[in-house]
Design a protein around this ligand. Structure first.
Ligand code: ADP
Ligand code: MG
Length: 280
């Protein structure tokens, strides 16, 4: 992480533009690299939210350095990280197409289109898993679309920051929607990062295909109960192949839940799947 003596250096390099969005722990602004004219997104995190803990900041630096080496067509590129005494600035690829779920809000997608996005999601998530990086917070706000309507996953590898801001992972969940969270997290058992990402991919696939959440209830405790029991029903119009895959993704038992390798062999998934070549 490059150290900056002051904000001045950052603002000499980047011209800050409008606010793109607010997340759980950061604000994201559009910006322009003054030298090259390239548009970027800058994520601003106040260190006070990380309690100025040196160990923790070291951890974050490590994750960020892994992320900056990661080049996958379906992750949001991390260009550089700059830090002043009080603030961390994460300079990211600017993704123009907005959030994937804005499309779902207009109505459910065809199975062919669901398959395309799900294949891209599984491709990038399994690639990151093979590098030992888990997302652990896969949900609509972190799924963006580029200009060519391809998926870009944001916030990969940034889970260490999130964990510190919300030192209790569950508390964080209780603040936001638990709709994408695996049952083993609700049970406060130890969990495996790969397995919880796979569960969240299952919820995302369901929403893409059905147009609504698999586990939903106006009463939060009822929603937890449904997740915990894995109580969901696929709509009649879904193909049997998709229903079968969903039941394997949304298996409440993490040890029998489908793995990334098995997903890639699933007949519904595998149709037309091309493993994206990655240059690193
Ligand atoms: P947090 O991780 O704190 O929840 P996010 O990374 O999800 O914050 O960012 C909040 C919002 O900002 C997103 O929902 C999205 O709309 C927007 N955003 C984030 N990163 C980018 C990006 N690289 N390009 C364009 N918009 C972005
Ligand atoms: Mg996010």
């Amino acid at each position: 992480m490059a150290a900056l003596s002051s904000e001045t250096a950052l603002f000499q390099k980047y011209e800050l533009g409008r606010l793109l969005g607010c997340g759980a722990f950061a604000k994201v602004y559009l910006a322009r690299d003054v030298a090259t004219g390239q548009e970027v997104a800058i994520k601003v995190i106040h260190k006070s939210r990380l309690r100025n803990d040196a160990n923790l900041i070291a951890n974050i630096k490590r994750e960020i350095s892994i992320m900056s080496k990661l080049r996958h067509p379906h992750t949001v590129r991390l260009y550089e990280v700059l830090a002043t005494r009080n603030i961390i600035y994460i300079v990211l690829e600017y993704v123009k197409g907005g959030e994937l779920f804005a499309m779902v809000a207009k109505g459910r997608l065809t199975e062919a289109l669901c398959r395309k996005y799900f294949q891209q999601l599984v491709g990038v998530v399994s690639h990151c898993h093979s590098r030992g990086i888990y997302h652990r917070d896969l949900k609509p706000e972190n799924l963006l679309l580029d200009e060519d309507e391809n998926l870009k996953v944001s916030d990969f590898g940034l889970s260490a920051i999130r964990d510190q801001v919300h030192s209790d992972g569950l508390l964080h969940t209780l603040c936001g929607t638990p709709a994408y969270v695996a049952p083993e997290i609700l049970a406060k058992r130890g969990y495996d990062g790969a397995k919880i990402d796979i569960w969240s991919c299952g919820v995302i696939l369901f929403v893409l295909a059905a147009g609504y959440l698999p586990f939903n209830d106006p009463n939060l405790m009822n929603m937890y109960r449904k997740i915990y029991k894995g109580e969901f029903r696929c709509p009649k119009w879904m193909s049997p192949g998709l229903k079968r895959l969903l039941s394997r993704l949304l298996d409440t038992n993490p040890s029998t839940r489908i793995t990334m390798e098995e997903i890639k062999l699933d007949p519904w998934f595998a149709k037309g799947y091309k493993n994206t070549k990655v240059r690193e």
